[in-house]
Write a protein that binds this ligand. Structure first.
Ligand SMILES: [Zn+2]
Length: 280
């Protein structure tokens, strides 16, 4: 009886509210009008929680309107090993492609940041945890090679759980391949800025993710090679409070700055305008 009454009350209370009109903050549970949530770039107005953005939302945030041109759009992943875990890799890829509309976990292209031409690569965590397989590695290298040929700075936005285990060793090769490409960029003295978002971990962090000339992190992002639970089990010690979060890493010199999302574009612009004095 009581249950029925509660159900009825819930229904009447929310009867006139269409689906998706409200968002609940994953950190403080504040209910926020979704228009306000989106206008604040998916950052909680109460507690400052930075929710994940899709690759295209991130591009909208960082790149000047109308200047973004996507490159290498049609490179698609293959199941080289015929890998099957709880489901076949090919099926996993198909599901990720259908649910995200992406071919793989990274979008690359060129555009402008407050008028400065850049090459940009943005990972999307929705696609198999933003994992790096052959396609991610190849697209990263291609964008860096273009940056070297055309002498433009590179900005990368990381959101990744690491290497894509379904591609085995081919996935791990990408760490060496992308790191070598960043090395070539460095030799050419072309700026490379990395923006670490939640989460930036494992093989991606241990390669092109942490090789930026300047490393920016969003507040509260999980950044590290291995998760805290595994480390605790291995070293048999309790880890300090806030371990592997942006602010902790800033204190310990692993990142250069922690920047709120609404200031991210302007801060990136300011760094580029200091590092890159070429007339564009
Ligand atoms: Zn919140």
């Amino acid at each position: 009886m009581f249950k029925d009454w509660l159900k009825k009350d819930d229904k009447s209370k929310f009867r006139d509210i269409p689906d998706g009109l409200w968002v609940k903050c994953p950190q403080c549970s504040q209910i926020i009008y979704s228009k306000d949530w989106n206008e604040n770039f998916k950052v909680c107005i109460k507690c400052g929680y930075h929710d994940q953005l899709t690759a295209y939302e991130r591009i909208d945030l960082l790149v000047d309107y109308g200047t973004f041109k996507e490159l290498d759009k049609n490179i698609t992943p293959l199941d080289i090993l015929g890998f099957v875990d709880t489901k076949p890799y090919l099926q996993r890829l198909k599901e990720a492609q259908e649910s995200t509309g992406l071919k793989d976990a990274i979008i690359t292209g060129e555009g402008e940041i407050n008028g400065i031409p850049v090459y940009i690569m943005v990972m999307d965590f929705r696609f198999i945890g933003g994992s790096m397989g052959s396609v991610v590695g190849e697209k990263v290298v291609r964008i860096i090679e273009r940056a070297i040929s055309n002498r433009k700075p590179v900005v990368s936005v990381i959101a990744s759980g690491g290497a894509r285990m379904q591609e085995g060793l081919f996935s791990l090769y990408q760490m060496a391949k992308t790191s070598a490409a960043v090395g070539r960029l460095d030799k050419e003295r072309i700026p490379y800025i990395t923006i670490l978002t939640h989460p930036s971990t494992a093989g991606v962090l241990a390669s092109f993710g942490s090789l930026g000339d300047i490393i920016i992190a969003e507040p509260g992002a999980l950044i590290g090679f291995t998760g805290p639970r595994v480390i605790e089990q291995t070293i048999k010690q309790k880890l300090p409070e806030g371990f592997q979060r942006s602010e902790f890493l800033l204190e310990h010199g692993m990142v250069d700055m922690v920047v709120e999302r609404k200031r991210l574009k302007n801060v990136t612009y300011l760094i580029l305008s200091h590092l890159w004095r070429k007339v564009w």
